[in-house]
Design a protein around this ligand. Sequence first.
Ligand code: C5P
Length: 401
Amino acid sequence: MLSGKHILLGITGGIAAYKTTFLIRLLIKAGAKVKVIMTESASSFVSPLTLSTLSKSPVLTDFVNQEDGSISWNNHVELGLWADIMIIAPATANTLSKMANGTCDNLLLATYLSAKCPVYFAPAMDLDMYKHPSTAESFKKLKSFRNIIIPAESGELASGLHGEGRMAEPEAIVEFIQMDLAKGLPLSGKKVLITAGPTHEAIDPVRFLGNRSSGTMGFELAKRAANLGAEVTLVSGPTNLNVNHSRINLIRITSAQEMYDACHLHYNETDVAICAAAVADYRPKHVAEEKMKKKEGDLQIELERNPDILLSLGEKKTNQFLVGFALETENELENAKGKLQRKNLDAIVLNSLKDDGAGFGGNTNKITFIDKNLDIKTFDLKTKSDVASDIWEEITSRIHA
Ligand code: C5P
């Protein structure tokens, strides 16, 4: 959500200013580019050197920079236009009142007035200041300007008093902004369940039956869904992949039975489920407790069927939009349509192993999307990330229809 975003962080003179060092680190970790503007009094609470080191950018305080005999101007209009998001944290009663009244006597306020992007502010002040009618008036005016308040928390204040007015913690500020940005997105408020990767079926403590699935398609589907605003549960078999996204809950499992259990645990509250995992159809009937010793002659391992997770979700389906994958080598369309109907799906994504660059392992895929009305759409060979976007476009157009 914040990846690649330009964030202007305006710091004003409250004791909570020291917490902005953590805030900057979280924003940078989320992939944002951060520029800091501070008021003069803010620099009494936190060092500009610390902030510029963390933000990897010079910290701005004045309209004019005078260094080594040269003079330059900090262009507040350019700064305002550069920003995708502006955060004022901590926002003191003084700065909030000035923002509410159009006062413009420092660089931070001039930039605020120039910014066209969403502006978030995190008030920080003593409890009586927070409750004062003039502060309430500032909040009201700022909300009418479509500025967004990140409410202060209750707790111990710098004065030693206890009450409301403490700036929201940096983690809460980032969480708040991410949730707010997600609100207008097509999957906002939706819960998505995705299976990914292979499953490993134990033969003995060191050996297993598996397959070559990398998990990339499922992980890309999960990332795209989260970026479209969904809360995602990603149930993945053993892969080398990882994902770090505040709206993706990654559950790692090993066997098909564990994947089955994890899926059913979350299915009732799911709005859209996509089974992209390459689940082993069979597992060894008996798992040896000790490592099996080699012997003369051949070895036979008896296999039993694993549960078909997708089929079981189709049988249990109430309001969920359920999507399966079909990896076929022959009679592709007919086989995929058969699965769609037999497993009670809303759509199926077909990839043919006959198409170069499609299916397991690689970073590309070529798919055909078939819905339950047997509307068929074929796509070109694309990166799995672009394929994930195409699949979500097909799904969102159907769940919002
Ligand atoms: O019938 P087939 O195994 O080809 O169907 C593939 C689809 O079914 C994929 O979406 C896969 O994730 C799912 N599947 C499953 N559980 C199994 C086997 C396949 O969920 N045991």
